[in-house]
Design a protein around this ligand. Structure first.
Ligand SMILES: [Zn+2]
Length: 73
């Protein structure tokens, strides 16, 4: 997923096992703006709705990995 404002894929997370939930706001680590998780998911879905449905779980896991990486600066 990408920041809706600057398209960065780095996000600020409160702890290691953080998994964004529907309705949550996720802070961009690059520009510091708050992204609505549902809005980001909709952007992702636009890029390939059918594909995304099948890959949603995988993408969520990859997002989690990216979040973990972003903690290891
Ligand atoms: Zn940003």
């Amino acid at each position: 997923m990408k920041c809706l404002f600057c398209f960065s894929t780095d996000f600020v997370v409160p702890h290691d096992n953080y998994q964004p939930q529907h309705g949550e706001m996720v802070k961009c680590a690059n520009c510091g703006k708050l992204n609505d998780f549902d809005s980001m998911m909709r952007v992702v879905e636009k890029e390939g709705e059918e594909f995304i449905k099948k890959e949603a779980d995988k993408i969520a896991k990859e997002f989690e990995k990216k979040l973990k990486k972003s903690l290891k600066f």
